[in-house]
Design a protein around this ligand. Structure first.
Ligand code: CA
Length: 237
């Protein structure tokens, strides 16, 4: 276990890796990036640290002594806002798909280059910064060709206004605050939204309507991640 000095302004990055040689590689790769780093080697320790420390990014090994990182990633996704970068020993498509289905934002296959890791983590921290800005006060969200203005409740695709119901607006707003995240239905519902019915069918209908309007506007759509939920997909400029 190791720490650097803490600061409220620095992005917190948790490293979950049981192999000392890889833990050192990850720490050394990230040490000059200005993050607050903390390393643990088990899922149990990671769970406690995430709850107490609220890291913005978790670098998560798949093979851990007390469980599977992919499964733990799914748990993080269900109740935490941290971005997850999976470290996998195997570069096979099923593993990659399992990782993304579990809500991982990115993944790297061992052995990886320190530069590659640095770039991936930097990208995730940058996204988390965008998230922090939108949660503070109403600010225009911009993802690909889509912009959403919480104050005026206007959505535009490529500058053309898209006419949405209040419920559809709420769903899109949630999707746009975390453009890479796969949301399950209960995460999309939101506790304060009386427009939602409780059934999966109701959610599906709202998603279908939103999808039709966005597809019509072009360049943006909502992906279904089988068995998990929904994710925004846009063509990046
Ligand atoms: Ca391992």
């Amino acid at each position: 276990m190791s720490t650097s000095s803490s600061s409220t302004t620095r992005a917190r990055v948790l490293i979950v890796e049981d192999a000392p040689e890889y833990q050192i590689v990850v720490e050394n790769s990230l040490t000059d990036e200005g993050y607050d780093l903390y390393s643990v080697s088990t899922i149990d320790a990671a769970r406690l640290k995430i709850d107490a420390w609220q890291p913005v990014v978790v670098v998560l090994d798949v093979g851990l002594p007390d469980g599977n990182g992919v499964e733990f990633c799914r748990q993080i996704r269900s109740d935490q806002s941290a971005y997850v970068l999976l470290l996998t020993a195997r570069d096979t498509e099923p593993d990659m798909l399992a990782g993304f289905a579990a809500g991982a934002d990115d993944y790297l296959t061992k052995p990886f280059s320190p530069n590659e890791l640095r770039a991936r983590v930097r990208a995730l921290v940058r996204r988390s910064g965008a998230t922090a800005k939108v949660t503070g006060k109403p600010t225009t969200l911009q993802v690909g060709c889509l912009s959403l203005h919480p104050d005026s409740r206007v959505v535009e695709a490529d500058g053309a206004q898209v006419d949405l119901t209040a419920t559809e607006f709420g769903v899109l707003q949630r999707l746009m605050t975390r453009p890479t995240m796969v949301f399950n239905r209960s995460q999309l519902i939101g506790s304060d939204d009386e427009h939602w019915g409780s059934s999966d069918h109701t959610v599906n209908v709202h998603i279908a309507n939103l999808r039709r309007k966005l597809d019509h506007a072009g360049h943006a759509h909502i992906d279904t991640v089988r068995g998990v939920g929904y994710r925004l997909s846009t063509l990046e400029p």
